[in-house]
Ligand binder design. Structure first.
Ligand code: GAR
Length: 321
């Protein structure tokens, strides 16, 4: 199994979600391990549970400190712990923009509502008062705006006719304890998930001018130009002609460049079956260390090879400025 992702959990109170993560991490096939439980409240009940489980804890009260100063102290503790990801579990602090930026795409939060509904506090009563049929919980990436980052997963929880906020909260909490460990496991292993990899390629291919997606022999492919005269500049290869790897196929300037690339990095590049003969190159996407800017560059260069003159001319002109 690949090395486990290192997780720091931030709590402010009870820490039941932290406990759910800690117990999930005890399973040998869990893809993450908890390296730190930290709090802005030295008396947070969750800290004693974490200590009893033999985990490293850290606490620093925020009282008398600016938001930035407190966040900087927490950040240092996180870095010291070797954490790859920060997981907020009832951490009732608004975070400074700088802190959020440092952990961009590496910080998750759980919130007791079906986001984008009911950001902030008092989510249960607001759902009941609105006459909603279902409430629930969401795990999302943390961005500068409160409870606003991309939602990774949600669980719906039915609202019963005689529910009050407490009863509803206790059922949502059960759902939270299922959702958070599972979503975190999926997120930290996303770079090995073919669907995630495909979404990354798709986003970058379709960001180029006048492109569209069209499957070719069952594999996703991207073309530049019109529906009728467009030409392929990329293919997504998953078990392409029996090859085991997940790879992106793009055009090079020819067999010389193809050979030079393979020579320079034989673990990353290979000549794909069938397409290899005409100067296409395969770039492995399943090694867990993909440089996506580099992939975007390859897509662009391949696009340039086949884009209609009118489009590449426009770019040549733009390049002169
Ligand atoms: C959880 O219900 C969590 O969703 C909520 O605080 C509770 C913490 O409980 N978080 C928020 O409201 C964040 N906006 P826990 O300490 O037992 O995990």
């Amino acid at each position: 199994m690949a090395e486990k992702a290192k997780i720091a959990v931030l709590i402010s109170g009870r820490g039941s979600n932290m406990a759910a993560l800690v117990y999930a991490a005890k399973s040998s096939d869990c893809p993450y391990e908890i390296v730190l439980v930290a709090s802005n409240d030295p008396d947070a009940p969750g800290l004693s549970l974490a200590q009893a489980e033999g985990l490293t804890t850290f606490a620093h009260p925020h009282k008398g400190l600016s938001r930035e100063a407190h966040d900087a102290i927490m950040h240092d503790a996180l870095v010291q712990s070797g954490a790859d990801y920060v997981v907020l579990a009832g951490y009732m602090r608004i975070l400074s923009d700088g802190f959020v930026r440092k952990w961009a795409d590496h910080m998750l939060n759980i919130h007791p509502s079906l986001l984008p509904k009911y950001k902030g506090l008092d989510t249960y009563q607001r759902a009941i008062d609105a006459g909603d049929r279902v409430a629930g919980c969401s795990v999302h990436l943390v961005t500068a705006e409160l409870d606003d980052g991309p939602v990774l997963a949600q669980t719906e929880v039915a609202i019963l006719p005689d529910d009050d906020a407490d009863r509803l909260a206790s059922r949502i909490l059960i759902a939270e304890h299922q959702l958070y460990p599972a979503t975190l496991a999926k997120y930290v292993t996303r770079e090995a998930d073919p669907d995630w990899i495909l979404a990354q390629v798709r986003k970058r291919a379709l960001a180029l001018e006048e492109t569209h997606e069209r499957p070719s022999f069952g594999a996703p492919g991207w073309r530049v130009g019109s529906d009728t005269t467009g030409k392929y500049f990329a293919y997504f290869a998953q078990s392409h002609h029996g090859e085991a790897s997940i790879a992106l196929l793009v055009k090079t300037t020819g067999l010389d460049e193809q050979a030079a690339l393979i020579d320079a990095d034989p673990d990353l590049y290979y000549a794909p079956k069938f397409y290899g003969k005409s100067g296409w190159i395969a770039i492995r996407l399943d090694r867990g260390d993909t440089d996506w800017e580099h992939i975007a560059e390859h897509l662009y260069r391949s696009w340039c090879q086949v884009a209609p003159k009118r489009l590449s001319k426009m770019l040549e002109i733009a390049d002169q400025f």
